[in-house]
Design a protein around this ligand. Structure first.
Ligand SMILES: C[S@@+](CC[C@H](N)C(=O)[O-])C[C@H]1O[C@@H](n2cnc3c(N)ncnc32)[C@H](O)[C@@H]1O
Length: 247
């Protein structure tokens, strides 16, 4: 597939109502909060017995659900969290105020790729993310993965808890159909057809051929870039916890 320029990702998938009501995600996708916890636990294990780390990034922090898990994992070490959407960052700022005040967390409004491009080679200990990369178009995501690799220090970690489509496309479609049923059930009960519409539209975007992030090609792509120890630590339906290390 051709690389898609960054400008094509400019649509704002988490603005307006999607941002205001983002916490309802846990109703339609209870696995998301569990994955945030897993990303944090994975980082905590990685940090164990390591000096520092002094430079850890989170891409797409949203309202701060995974950020809180990462901060807990990092002990005293600082975290820089990036998100392009002001409406999500306003909530992150409120939710994570104690860490910001303690100087442990820096929130930055920027596009992930622009931010990465401005960083030096071999300058970051770890890059963590949750439920963000699957939103990117293929070419943009590919560039982000390369940039993460470039900025990581040798031995640096990339960990991502995200939607990774099943390589068995029939089973994948079955799971997406179940997901759609869950959306209808939840938002009908809440009498929020406005949110139902937004999440269905969002799901179409996630599932589009330009975006869908299937597991095997994603792992292959990481290996091609040069990541080593590319591993799937956990798989739950369309979600997976994946990591790789820069040699
Ligand atoms: C589904 S939310 C996940 C938020 C959070 N990581 C969590 O676990 O709840 C995806 C987030 O990625 C952000 N995002 C999407 N595209 C981005 C980009 N190109 N650069 C930076 N952030 C982006 C969105 O604004 C949104 O806050």
């Amino acid at each position: 597939m051709n690389a898609i320029p960054n400008s094509h990702t400019a649509e704002r998938l988490f603005s307006g109502l999607m941002a205001e009501e983002y916490e309802k995600l846990k109703l339609i996708c209870p696995a998301a909060a569990d994955m945030s916890r897993r990303v944090g636990e994975f980082l905590a294990d990685w940090v164990q017995g390591r000096a520092g780390p002094n430079r850890v990034l989170e891409l797409g922090c949203g309202t701060g659900v995974t950020t809180a898990a990462l901060l807990a994992a990092l002990g005293e070490a600082p975290l820089t969290a990036i998100d392009s959407e002001p409406a999500m960052l306003v909530q992150a700022r409120a939710n994570l105020a104690p860490w910001i005040e303690a100087g442990r967390l820096r929130l930055i409004q920027n596009d992930a790729l622009s931010f990465l491009r401005a960083q030096d080679d071999d300058s970051v200990d770890a890059v963590a993310s949750a439920f963000t990369l699957h939103n990117f178009m293929y070419g943009y995501r590919s560039e982000v993965m390369r940039e993460i690799f470039r900025v990581l220090k040798p031995g640096g970690l990339f960990v991502n808890g995200d939607r990774y489509g099943l390589d068995d496309t029939l089973e994948h479609t079955r799971l997406i159909q179940e997901e759609v049923k869950q959306y209808f059930k939840t938002f009908r009960e809440l009498d929020r057809l406005d949110l139902l519409e937004h999440w269905i539209v969002h799901l179409f975007s996630d599932e589009s051929p330009d975006r869908v992030m299937r597991l095997a090609p994603a792992l292959e792509h990481m290996a091609q870039i040069g990541y080593q120890a590319v591993t799937v630590h956990y798989r739950n339906e369309v979600n997976a916890l994946v990591s790789g290390v820069k040699p």
